[in-house]
Design a protein around this ligand. Structure first.
Ligand SMILES: [Zn+2]
Length: 165
């Protein structure tokens, strides 16, 4: 897997206007479409090597999906998560971790069964959910725990006043 420094980014088609945007895995803030400025869905594959930069370093909330290719329930929940990442574009970053490739991440979150979903912000765990669930259950779980947009704006204003170069 490429390191973050060499990350060429992935091309994401804007669900609003269809413009193609290149997104890096680790970046500040929430990605917006260069054409229409709507929030873009942000879905990133990661593993032990770059998890910290991609997830802990994110300034917007992160939903970590710990899955494995051999796990049937993971394959069921994956499209629901991608749908929610699109619905909550600009407010949520979806970070997918293949448990087989990421023993450190699995240990850190005490993963005993997959899928394990971890909602975190600024490196702190907000809530955890184990096992597959339908999109509507995951949607209410997420919207219940996500900071509202005003709060996110305040947080990012505060961090920019901190004198980031
Ligand atoms: Zn657009």
């Amino acid at each position: 897997m490429n390191s973050v420094a060499k990350d060429p980014g992935t091309v994401v088609v804007c669900p609003n206007c269809g413009a193609k945007n290149r997104l890096r895995a680790a970046a500040d803030g929430a990605p917006r479409c260069g054409n229409c400025h709507n929030g873009l869905p942000w879905i990133v594959d990661t593993s032990d090597a770059d998890f910290s930069a991609v997830a802990d370093g994110s300034t917007i909330p992160v939903l970590v999906d710990i899955w494995a290719p051999w796990c049937g329930p993971c394959r069921m929940v994956s499209p629901a998560l991608e749908q929610l990442a699109t619905e909550l574009a600009g407010r949520l970053k979806l970070v997918k971790v293949n448990a087989d490739d990421a023993p450190e991440v699995s240990r850190r979150f005490g993963v005993q069964a997959i899928p394990t979903l971890v909602l975190m912000h600024h490196g702190r765990v907000i809530d955890k959910q184990v096992g597959a669930a339908p999109a509507r259950v995951l949607r209410s779980w997420l919207t219940e725990h996500l900071p509202d947009e005003d709060e996110l704006t305040r947080v990012s204003d505060a961090s920019s006043e901190g004198g980031r170069p």
